[in-house]
Write a protein that binds this ligand. Structure first.
Ligand SMILES: Nc1nc2c(ncn2[C@@H]2O[C@H](COP(=O)(O)OP(=O)(O)O)[C@@H](O)[C@H]2O)c(=O)[nH]1
Ligand SMILES: Nc1ncnc2c1ncn2[C@@H]1O[C@H](COP(=O)(O)OP(=O)(O)O)[C@@H](O)[C@H]1O
Length: 192
């Protein structure tokens, strides 16, 4: 069986990664499985442990690093985030295309380990709109919003390291575009 593709999506906090993902994950023809990350961030009101993230303590996260259980990990605005290695390998070996939604440092680490990973960066139509969205979500305190917006400015400079850039103006259109990218690489892999 052919090994599944590894797809990385990065983009600033509040750009709409989760919203767009909800659209393209409905398309079964993409054969996608979402890799659930581990984080020390506290769950938001609507988030479910084991679905959105594996929410763990700092100690448990550091243990996972020590034990070599993470494909990559990074610190983002005061919290750890990382990708459990075992599920990514298992799913790809089962022929599933695996989606990682991770920030730029993690994406860099994975690209080094898996050079054929497909990298996509999601941008907002404008930085003002990014601010509107992150505020509109009402999930972070003002101080955290400021930190995330400052981080976003830096992250946007790394667009050049990604193979594809998708603007999330309309979430359905952005999802369709990501679907096309995945289909293209599924076809390329078939011909290999
Ligand atoms: N390196 C890395 N980054 C992650 C992982 N999971 C999530 N992230 C990123 O961490 C950042 C913060 O995520 P989160 O707190 O959920 O905020 P959100 O992006 O605004 O929903 C985002 O850029 C995520 O893409 C992971 O496993 N590894
Ligand atoms: N294309 C869009 N136009 C307007 N608002 C959007 C769009 N995409 C997402 N949003 C809104 O922006 C906020 C942040 O989206 P979210 O998916 O949580 O972002 P991320 O996962 O990148 O942090 C949410 O309130 C969401 O409803």
């Amino acid at each position: 069986m052919k090994k599944g593709l590894l797809i990385i999506i990065s983009g600033p906090s509040g750009v709409g990664k989760g919203t767009v993902r909800d659209f393209f994950m409905k398309d079964n023809s993409l054969n996608l499985t979402y890799s659930i990350s581990m984080t020390t961030r506290k769950p938001r009101e609507n988030e479910v442990d084991g679905v959105d993230y594996l929410f763990v303590s700092k100690e448990a996260f550091e243990k996972a690093i020590e034990n070599g259980e993470l494909l990559e990990w990074a610190e983002f605005v005061g919290n750890y985030y990382g990708t459990p290695l075992c599920q990514v390998e298992r799913l790809r070996n089962e022929g599933k295309n695996v989606l990682l939604e991770i920030e730029v440092q993690g994406a860099q680490q994975v690209s080094e380990k898996v050079p054929d990973a497909i990298t996509i960066f999601m941008i907002p139509p404008t930085m003002d709109e990014l601010e509107n969205r992150i505020r509109g979500r009402k999930s972070e305190a003002e101080e955290v919003i400021q930190e995330r917006l400052a981080k976003a400015e830096k992250e946007m400079k790394l667009i050049k390291d990604y193979k594809y850039v998708v603007c999330n103006d309309d979430p359905e259109l952005a999802a369709q575009y990501i679907g096309l990218i995945v289909k293209r690489h599924m076809n390329l892999a078939k011909d290999e």
